[in-house]
Design a protein around this ligand. Structure first.
Ligand SMILES: NC(=O)c1ccc[n+]([C@@H]2O[C@H](COP(=O)([O-])OP(=O)(O)OC[C@H]3O[C@@H](n4cnc5c(N)ncnc54)[C@H](OP(=O)(O)O)[C@@H]3O)[C@@H](O)[C@H]2O)c1
Length: 250
């Protein structure tokens, strides 16, 4: 059995590390967000998954900064909102994220959803690539991208790399999608695995709606774990083994 802990990290195609377990703040009210992020960090998390659309980038960062943990041990993700998938709007969001968080850089900036049509999807991606070139973002990726969106982006990247030079089209480090045993997304997982793009599972515990499932409940009993623990282990073991590196520095 492979060893996994809250300290496990993966190496992304960008070259940077990402803590395997992230603390998501979707639907976390801004007024409570700094406090709950602080609790998550005290309990060993180092990775916070926010988004412009969640309206809690600022308190997420506040909770991270007031934890006393050094910035280089922390990992902050945010996302370009689906309704703002254009080059110009994305540029503005990157600037605004740095302003409201007070961070010098964002660890991972994702396109939240493949909205807006091809031109705008590519435009938003270009803004992320420029953010990396300017040192404002370390790694970039997408979310809710199906295979046809991934193909479209890969074609753009290949064309740009060959006409403008290596990495000018950007490097896809992550695709964040809903992923669990009832939505295993084999086509997307295979696409990403074949290229070394890491998968980030959202709704990994299916919002606790499957706890009494006739396959899951007996497994939880057999292993003496909660259904949520079994599901998180499924996510962790299923896809990204190849990129795992052991880091036990805290
Ligand atoms: N990129 C995207 O489009 C996207 C979409 C959705 C989510 N996400 C990310 O993924 C993260 C996780 O997704 P999610 O929160 O929607 O789904 P989830 O992780 O599957 O479910 C978490 C929810 O399950 C409930 N729950 C019930 N029993 C639980 C238990 N024993 N342990 C833990 N939670 C339990 C809690 O609800 P209560 O709080 O009501 O107790 C908790 O908020 C989000 O915070 C966000 O960062 C991304």
């Amino acid at each position: 059995m492979s060893s996994l802990s809250i300290h496990t990290k993966y190496r992304m195609p960008s070259g940077y590390e990402i803590p395997a377990l992230g603390y998501g703040v979707y639907q976390t009210p801004a007024a409570e967000c700094a406090e709950v992020v602080g609790h998550a960090l005290k309990n060993g998390y180092r990775h916070v998954d926010s988004a412009v659309a969640y309206r809690n980038e600022q308190p997420s960062a506040e909770g991270m900064k007031s934890s006393g943990i050094s910035r280089d041990e922390l990992f902050f993700t945010t996302k370009i909102p689906p309704k703002d998938m254009t080059y110009e709007n994305s540029k503005q969001h990157i600037e605004n994220t740095l302003k409201v968080t007070g961070f010098d850089y964002v660890d991972l900036y994702l396109l939240h959803s493949p909205y807006g049509g091809k031109e705008n999807r590519i435009g938003a991606w270009k803004a992320l690539v420029e953010g990396v070139e300017a040192g404002k973002i370390r790694s970039i990726g997408v979310s809710n991208y199906g295979v046809h969106h991934l193909d479209e982006l890969e074609a753009y990247i290949k064309e740009t790399d060959s006409s403008q030079g290596p990495q000018k089209g950007g490097v896809i480090s992550i695709n964040q999608v809903e992923l669990h045993p009832w939505l295993a997304r084999k086509d997307i997982v295979d696409w990403c695995k074949a290229r070394g793009v890491l998968l980030e599972a959202y709704c990994p515990i299916v919002r606790a709606t499957k706890n009494d499932d006739p396959l899951l409940a007996p497994l939880a009993k057999k292993y003496g774990k909660t259904p949520s623990q079994i599901l998180i282990r499924w996510s962790l073991q299923m896809v990204n083994e190849r990129a795992k590196i052991e880091v036990d520095q805290y």
